[in-house]
Write a protein that binds this ligand. Structure first.
Ligand SMILES: C[S@@+](CC[C@H](N)C(=O)[O-])C[C@H]1O[C@@H](n2cnc3c(N)ncnc32)[C@H](O)[C@@H]1O
Length: 312
C-alpha cells in the first residue's frame, strides 16, 4: 500500500489500513520519517518537494525512493510551492534565469502516472513558477530512451542541471544505479541549455536540436532506402539467375524450390533468404507488442524514439 498524502481512494472498510507490523500506515510513515530524521542522512542543500498521488509502484517510484532517503518532502493537495514546480502543467520551460528561485526556494515535482494526468487536480497544486522541461531523454529503466517523459528524480536533476547546478543534479542522481547515465545521455543538450538565458532562448535551442534530429532521421531513412534499392537490384539479378542457372545446369537440381515456395522467399538487407510468411507473422507480432508497449506505461525493454517521441 502506498503512503502518498494525496491518494484518491479510501480504504474499503473505512478504517485506516494497517501495515504488516499492525501499525497504521500513517504511524509507519512517521516511524520511517523519524528513522531518517534521526540518522545522519544527507540533507539536500535546497528544499525538494512533491505532490504524491500514489499512482506508481512504490518499488519503482523514484519520488518514493527520494522520500525514503529523507531527501524530499511530501506536499498535500491545496499546498502550494514557492520554488520551481517542474510539472506537465507548466507553461514556460526551465531556464538558467530560474537559478535564483531554485537556490532560494528549491524545486518540486508531481509524483503521478503519465497515464493518469487527468486525475491530478493541477489547479490545487503548483505555484508561481510552474515549468515544463525542454526536450531531454529519459535514462531510467522504465522509460529508457523516451523523450520528455522523465521520472521525478530525472526531472529535478534536469532542472538543477539547466540552471547550472550540476553538483546538485549529480548528487540527486547518485542514489540511483542508472542515475549518472541520465547526465551522460543528455550531456551535449544540457550544455546547450546551460548557455541560454530565458525560457525563449531555451525553446529556440530545443527547436534547433529537434530540427537537427529530424534532419538526421531523414538522412538515415533515405540512406536505408538507397541500400534497399541496391539490394532489390541484386535480388532481381538473382531471381533471373535462378532460371538461367537451372537451364545452364540442365534443369532442376532437385533442391530448387517449387513455384509456391519461390513466392515465399525474400531477401533481407544482408542477402539472406527469409520467408515472407515469417516476415508477415513477425510484423504482426511486433505491431502487437508495440501496442502492448504503448499500453504499458512501465515497459522494461529499452526502446528508441524519434525526435517527436514516436517509437522507432
Ligand atoms: C509523471 S511523474 C512519473 C514519476 C515516476 N513514476 C517516477 O518513478 O518518478 C514524473 C514527474 O516529473 C516531472 N516531469 C517529468 N518530465 C517532465 C517534463 N518533460 N516536463 C515537466 N515536468 C516533467 C513532472 O513533475 C511529472 O509529474
Amino acid at each position: 500500500m502506498g503512503k502518498g498524502k494525496n491518494k484518491a481512494h479510501e480504504p474499503k472498510n473505512g478504517r485506516p489500513q494497517r501495515g504488516a507490523n499492525g501499525h497504521s500506515s500513517r504511524q509507519n510513515h512517521r516511524r520511517m520519517e523519524m528513522k531518517y530524521e534521526n540518522s545522519d542522512k544527507v540533507k539536500f542543500p535546497v528544499k525538494l518537494a512533491m505532490w504524491d498521488f500514489d499512482h506508481c509502484d512504490p518499488k519503482r517510484c523514484s519520488g518514493k525512493k527520494l522520500e525514503r532517503l529523507g531527501l524530499i518532502k511530501s506536499l498535500r493537495v491545496g499546498q502550494k510551492f514557492q520554488g520551481i514546480v517542474v510539472s506537465p502543467n507548466g507553461k514556460g520551460v526551465v531556464c538558467p534565469d530560474d537559478l535564483e528561485v531554485v537556490e532560494q526556494h528549491g524545486a518540486s515535482v508531481v509524483e503521478c502516472s503519465w497515464a493518469r494526468l487527468e486525475e491530478v487536480p493541477f489547479n490545487k497544486i503548483g505555484g508561481k513558477h510552474e515549468r515544463l522541461l525542454p526536450y531531454l531523454v529519459a535514462a531510467n529503466q522504465v522509460n529508457y530512451g523516451r523523450p520528455w517523459r522523465l521520472n521525478c528524480v530525472e526531472a529535478l536533476a534536469a532542472c538543477f542541471a539547466i540552471v547550472g547546478r550540476m553538483d546538485w543534479a549529480s548528487e540527486l542522481l547518485s542514489h540511483f544505479s542508472w542515475g549518472m547515465g541520465f547526465l551522460e545521455l543528455n550531456k551535449e543538450l544540457l550544455e546547450i541549455y546551460q548557455q541560454c538565458t530565458d525560457a525563449d532562448s531555451v525553446k529556440r535551442a530545443e527547436e534547433e536540436w529537434l530540427q537537427k534530429l529530424e534532419k538526421e532521421t531523414q538522412e538515415r531513412k533515405s540512406q536505408a532506402k538507397e541500400e534497399d534499392i541496391w539490394m532489390m537490384g541484386n535480388i532481381n539479378r538473382r531471381g533471373g539467375g535462378w532460371q538461367s542457372d537451372e537451364s545452364e545446369s540442365g534443369g532442376s537440381s532437385g533442391e530448387s524450390e517449387s513455384e509456391g515456395d519461390k513466392q515465399c522467399v525474400e531477401y533481407d538487407s544482408l542477402g539472406n533468404a527469409i520467408c515472407i510468411d515469417s516476415i508477415n507473422s513477425r510484423k504482426s507480432l511486433s505491431e502487437e507488442s508495440e501496442d502492448e508497449e504503448n499500453d504499458l506505461e512501465e515497459n522494461k525493454e529499452p526502446v528508441s524514439y524519434d525526435s517527436l517521441g514516436n517509437l522507432i
